[in-house]
Structure formats: structure tokens, C-alpha cells
Write a protein that binds this ligand. Structure first.
Ligand code: SF4
Length: 183
């Protein structure tokens, strides 16, 4: 059977939920309602690295974009992404189609349309107020740090890709629409 020559970039945890902050359990391992149809449709799947796992490890706290949006973390994302952008260029040079990228809305790193912000940070001691910290949490209509870095790198190389996202809190919501757009 000939190869499809069609590829998709995916946020890491769509293929491996184990990378998520502990306590976020949207599915067991790979997000089957999305991944199985993509495999059936013949897409080659390129798993992007999880920038948060490679930054804070498995015992990291859940954080917001307000905390991650620093020159250091942006540079970290850029370093992780550069080889993938070169891969895309090489696939395109050889006649393969990189059809787009699927991220995770709500994530401070991998959100495409939505990310989370808040007045978080500082020492957790007796003066720490969890309630006001949680009250400051809000979703904003912008990309997370990793996706924004990817979009900037792609633009630098003259690459245009469509971006979609699964909703981190209710991942099943957008699957049907997304699969329809990709078919
Ligand atoms: S959304 Fe991005 S940063 Fe968060 S766990 Fe998934 S791959 Fe890692």
C-alpha cells in the first residue's frame, strides 16, 4: 500500500495523557476518539514534545500562562520546536503534506484558541490564600506559550498551517467537528 504522505502535528498528551499534570485525567493514555480515526484515515502523526514535562518534570504543579510566559520558557519552547519546523520543511520539500496541528485548548502551553491565566505564584505558606488564587483563574482567547512559539517559528520560515484544538476540560466536545474538517 502506498504511503499517504499526509501528516499532522499533535500536542504530546493527545497521544500520551501520562505527561499531563498529575490529577488531570481526561483519558487513559492516547485520546482514542481522536487518534483512532486519524490512524484509520491514514495520517502520519507527529507527536510534539510536552514542554511542561521537559521543564518541570512529572511532579510539577498545574500553572497558568501568566507564569509560563517568560523569556526563559519561550526560549525553552523554541529550542524544542526548531527540529520539528525543520522536519516540516523537509517533508514539504519532498512533496509531503503537513496538514496542520492539533493542540489543547485551555492549556497554558498548548492552547490554540484559549489559554488560562491568573494571579498565581509565590510561596505556599500560612499566608497563602488558595481561594483568591483560584478566583483569579480565567480563560483568555489567545494561544498558549508553546503554540504561540510554534506559530512564530512557522511564520519565520514562511510555513502556513491550520491549527485546531481539543478542549482540555471536555475533550469529546470538539472531536466530531475536527474530524469532519480533516476528512
Ligand atoms: S497540553 Fe501541552 S503542556 Fe500540557 S500536558 Fe499536553 S503536551 Fe504537555
Amino acid at each position: 500500500m502506498p504511503r499517504s504522505k499526509r501528516l499532522l502535528l499533535l500536542s504530546h498528551c493527545l497521544l500520551n495523557a501520562n505527561a499531563k499534570v498529575e490529577g488531570i485525567e481526561p483519558y487513559e493514555g492516547a485520546f482514542k476518539p481522536l487518534i483512532l480515526p486519524l490512524i484509520e484515515a491514514g495520517f502520519g502523526l507527529i507527536q510534539l514534545p510536552c514542554p511542561e514535562l521537559r521543564h518541570g518534570g512529572m511532579r510539577r504543579w498545574g500553572q497558568v500562562k501568566t507564569q509560563y510566559d517568560t523569556p526563559f520558557y519561550r526560549a525553552h519552547c523554541k529550542t524544542l520546536l526548531e527540529p520539528f519546523v525543520l522536519e516540516i520543511l523537509e517533508y514539504q520539500r519532498c512533496g509531503y503534506e503537513v496538514c496542520g496541528c492539533i493542540g489543547v485548548d485551555g492549556s497554558p502551553s498548548c492552547g490554540v484558541h484559549r489559554t488560562c491565566k491568573g494571579d498565581w505564584g509565590g510561596e505556599i505558606d500560612e499566608s497563602f490564600c488558595l481561594e483568591s488564587c483560584l478566583e483569579s483563574l480565567r480563560e483568555e482567547n489567545e494561544a498558549g506559550v508553546m503554540i504561540a512559539s510554534l506559530q512564530a517559528l512557522l511564520a519565520e520560515h514562511g510555513i502556513t498551517l491550520p491549527f485546531w484544538a481539543i478542549n482540555e476540560k471536555s475533550p469529546h466536545e470538539e472531536v466530531a467537528t475536527l474530524l469532519k474538517e480533516l476528512s
